[in-house]
Design a protein around this ligand. Structure first.
Ligand code: HEC
Ligand code: HEC
Ligand code: HEC
Ligand code: HEC
Ligand code: HEC
Length: 168
C-alpha cells in the first residue's frame, strides 16, 4: 500500500497540462464511413488490442497506408493536401507517435479485454460517440480517470471492487 501511495504522488506531480500535438489531425467520423475490402472500417481495425489485450492500442502508420499508399480521393475527385500528408509522414520514416489523451497513472489496471472481450460493453459506454469525432480529443474524459466512477459501474454490474483488481 505504501508503494501505491508513492506511485500516486509521482503520478499526481507528473500530471502537468500539456497541449496535445498529433502527427496528423485524424478524423474518426470520416474514416468510420470508409470501406476496406467491401466492409466499413471498425474500431478494432485501428485499435487492435481492444478485445483481447489490456490496451486498445493506437494504430501504426502502416495501418493507414493500407489505403493511403495510393492517393485517396476527396469529394472533388482530387487528393487533398492533408491526405497527401500521410504519405509524407511515411516518407519521413520517423516513428508516428499519437498522443494518448485519456490516461490513468501506471498503478491502475483497466484491461480492455475484461470490458470489451468479456463484459461486451460497447466502446461508446466509456468513450462516448467517437464515431462523431471530426478532430482528435483535446481534453481527457474525466469520468475514466476517477476511481469512484470505475467502482460505481462495477457495483452496478456486480464486477470486482477489490483494490487488487484495479491496482497492480
Ligand atoms: C482508421 C483508423 C481508426 C479507426 C477505424 C478508429 N480509430 Fe480511434 N484513433 C485513431 C487514431 C489515429 C487515434 C489517435 C489520434 C486521435 O486521437 O484522433 C485514435 C484515437 C482514439 C481514441 C482517443 C484515445 C485517447 O484518449 O487519446 C479513442 C477513445 C478511440 N480512438 C476510439 C475509437 C473507437 C471507439 C472507434 C470505433 C467507433 C475508433 N476509435 C476507430 C484511429 C482510428
Ligand atoms: C469500461 C470502459 C471502457 C470501454 C468499454 C472501452 N474503453 Fe477504451 N479506455 C478505457 C480507459 C479507462 C482508458 C484509459 C486507459 C489508460 O489509462 O491507459 C481507455 C483507453 C483507450 C484508448 C487509448 C489507447 C489505449 O491503448 O489504451 C483507446 C484507443 C481506446 N480506449 C479504444 C477503445 C475501443 C475501440 C473500445 C471498444 C472496442 C473501448 N476503448 C472500450 C475504458 C474503456
Ligand atoms: C480503409 C481505407 C483508409 C484507411 C485505413 C485510412 N484512411 Fe484516411 N482516408 C481514406 C479515404 C477514403 C479518405 C477520403 C478522402 C477525402 O475525403 O478527403 C481519407 C482521408 C484522410 C485524410 C484527409 C481528410 C481529412 O481528414 O482532412 C487524412 C489526413 C487521413 N485520411 C489520415 C489517415 C490516417 C492518419 C490513417 C491511419 C490512422 C488513415 N487515414 C487510415 C481512407 C482510409
Ligand atoms: C461502464 C461500466 C464499467 C466502467 C466505467 C469500468 N468498468 Fe471495469 N468492469 C466492468 C465489468 C462489467 C467488468 C466485469 C467483466 C467480467 O465479467 O469479468 C469489469 C471488469 C474489470 C476488471 C477485471 C476484474 C477481474 O475480476 O478480473 C478490471 C481490472 C477493471 N474492470 C478495472 C476498471 C477500471 C480501473 C475502471 C476505471 C478506469 C473500470 N474498470 C471502469 C464494467 C466497468
Ligand atoms: C474498479 C477499479 C478500482 C478499484 C476497485 C479501486 N481503485 Fe483505486 N484507483 C482507481 C483509479 C482509476 C484511480 C486513478 C484515478 C483517481 O485517482 O481517482 C485510482 C486511484 C487510487 C489511489 C491514488 C489516489 C490519488 O489521489 O492519486 C489510491 C491510493 C487508491 N486508488 C487506492 C485504492 C484502494 C485502497 C482500493 C480498495 C479499497 C482501491 N483503490 C480500489 C481504480 C480503482
Amino acid at each position: 500500500m505504501t508503494r501505491l501511495v508513492v506511485l500516486a504522488l509521482v503520478a499526481a506531480c507528473s500530471r502537468a497540462p500539456r497541449l496535445p500535438e498529433q502527427p496528423i489531425a485524424f478524423n474518426h467520423a470520416l474514416h468510420l464511413s470508409v470501406e476496406l475490402d467491401g466492409r466499413r472500417l471498425g474500431c478494432v481495425d485501428c485499435h487492435a488490442g481492444a478485445e483481447r489485450a489490456e490496451h486498445a492500442g493506437l494504430p501504426a502508420l502502416r495501418d493507414c497506408l493500407r489505403c493511403h499508399m495510393r492517393p485517396q480521393l476527396g469529394e472533388r475527385g482530387v487528393p487533398s493536401e492533408r491526405e497527401a500528408a500521410v504519405r509524407k509522414l511515411a516518407a519521413a520514416a520517423a516513428p508516428t507517435r499519437w498522443v494518448q489523451i485519456t490516461r490513468n497513472p501506471g498503478h491502475v489496471y483497466a484491461p480492455h479485454r475484461a470490458h470489451v472481450g468479456i463484459a461486451k460493453l460497447p466502446c461508446a459506454e466509456c468513450h462516448g460517440d467517437v464515431a462523431a469525432w471530426t478532430a482528435p480529443p483535446t481534453e481527457p474524459v474525466q469520468r475514466l480517470l476517477r476511481m469512484t466512477e470505475c467502482i460505481a459501474c462495477h457495483r452496478t454490474h456486480g464486477a470486482s471492487t477489490w483494490c487488487g483488481a484495479c491496482h497492480r
